[in-house]
Design a protein around this ligand. Structure first.
Ligand code: GTP
Ligand code: MG
Length: 350
């Protein structure tokens, strides 16, 4: 079991690599894994995080891949994403659990459809963007032009763009330094534990293993858990982190990305986008809103606002009724006075 205790959330950075297909995301992730010593050199191979047979056969990333790295006493949680538009759902899920994104552009291709598509998604999540131009080693690389395009797209100074060769490991450290410097550390909102599920896998013994980002509090091994949307109770049979293989730890604290083996055997009950809390008490107050981590809704506040509004409406109605009661005799009196003044039908009435 990993003895890695965080304790200092200011030293955590959660980020993704975004790009159009084949612009070099997984190759850059390889360099990160090497630089940070996350993967043993003997085990290392190209596009290490593409572990599925189909991914290796086709040479493309299909599933997002989380991995935790250590760099200069910081904990870096990276999620490598697919670039193909068909797997865009994977990208949007990963964006919901991080604070920043490396936007990678191939210098031989320039800005392409998914560069813009993914950037739009990242902006919606208020992510910090780190612009990087890749493949500068190639003779047909148009470095200057690509930087210009990228600077224009992001409305930034060209000097902010980091130029790298992921294949040959040029300027990789600069990228991680920018991750530490520019991306903000995770913040907590509530004291009570809440974790958002962004992916899952099934294990015959441990049940559904939920891939989570803990937003508040902490979840320890052996604790009871409750899934709000799935309305399912379970137990954190195991908690841990991605290295990138699953490594067990004692607990997951706020800001961390990791996994919880839920013990739940029905996969339908553990849904992506659901919130894990510790007890069933007043679940609607604790639900994390999928895709809106920066604007997590405080349902309690909404409830008080709505009850205040309700009270206002009731009072208004009551006042109106009171006024209505007063208006009727006043109107009759006014009509009678007018009739008297103009002698209209007065004789008939009297
Ligand atoms: N010459 C050169 N080739 C690179 C560089 N970075 C990546 N490549 C090559 O570009 C190809 C695609 O790289 P990947 O890392 O799989 O790209 P990706 O963005 O992860 O692709 P998807 O996940 O499928 O979207 C591979 O053949 C890499 O070897 C680089 O800096 N220089
Ligand atoms: Mg890839």
């Amino acid at each position: 079991m990993e003895q890695e205790q965080i304790g200092n959330q200011a030293k955590i950075r959660n980020f993704v690599i975004l790009a159009h297909i084949d612009h070099g995301k997984s190759t850059l992730a390889d360099r990160f894994l090497e630089l940070t010593g996350t993967v043993d050199k003997r085990k290392m191979c190209s596009q290490y995080l593409d572990m599925m047979d189909l991914e290796r056969e086709k040479g493309i990333t299909i599933k997002m891949k989380p991995v935790r790295m250590r760099f200069k006493d910081y904990v870096l949680n990276l999620i490598d994403t697919p670039g193909h538009v068909d797997f865009n759902y994977e990208v949007s899920r990963s964006l919901a659990v991080v604070e920043g994104a490396i936007l990678l552009v191939d210098a031989t291709k320039g800005i392409q459809a998914q560069t813009i598509g993914n950037l739009e998604l990242a902006k919606k999540q208020n992510l910090v963007i780190i612009p990087v131009v890749n493949k500068i080693d190639l003779s047909n690389a148009r470095i200057g032009k690509t930087c210009e395009e990228l600077a224009q797209l992001l409305n930034i100074n060209k000097a902010e763009i980091i130029k790298i060769s992921a294949k040959y490991g040029k300027n990789i450290e600069q990228v991680l330094d920018a991750v530490i410097k520019k991306i903000s550390p995770p913040r907590t909102i509530l004291g009570k534990a809440r974790a958002l599920i962004f992916d899952s896998q099934y294990d015959v013994y441990k049940g559904v293993i939920a891939y989570v980002r803990v937003f508040d509090g902490k979840i320890k091994k052996g604790e009871k858990i409750y899934l709000i949307q799935g309305d399912a109770e379970g137990e954190a049979k195991e908690v841990g982190i991605f290295k990138p293989e699953l490594i067990e730890t004692q607990e997951l604290q706020f800001g961390e990305i990791g996994y919880i083996a839920t013990g739940i055997k029905e996969p339908g009950k553990v849904r992506v986008g659901d919130t894990i809390i510790k007890s069933k008490i007043s679940p609607p107050h604790q639900n994390l809103v999928w895709g809106q981590k920066s604007k997590i809704m405080n349902m309690k506040r909404l409830k008080t606002i709505s009850s205040k509004l309700k009270r206002k409406v009731i009072l208004k109605e009551r006042n109106w009724k009171k006024k209505k009661q007063g208006y009727l005799p006043a109107c009759i009196a006014l009509i009678l006075l007018t009739m008297k003044k103009y002698q209209f039908g007065w004789e008939i009435m009297w």
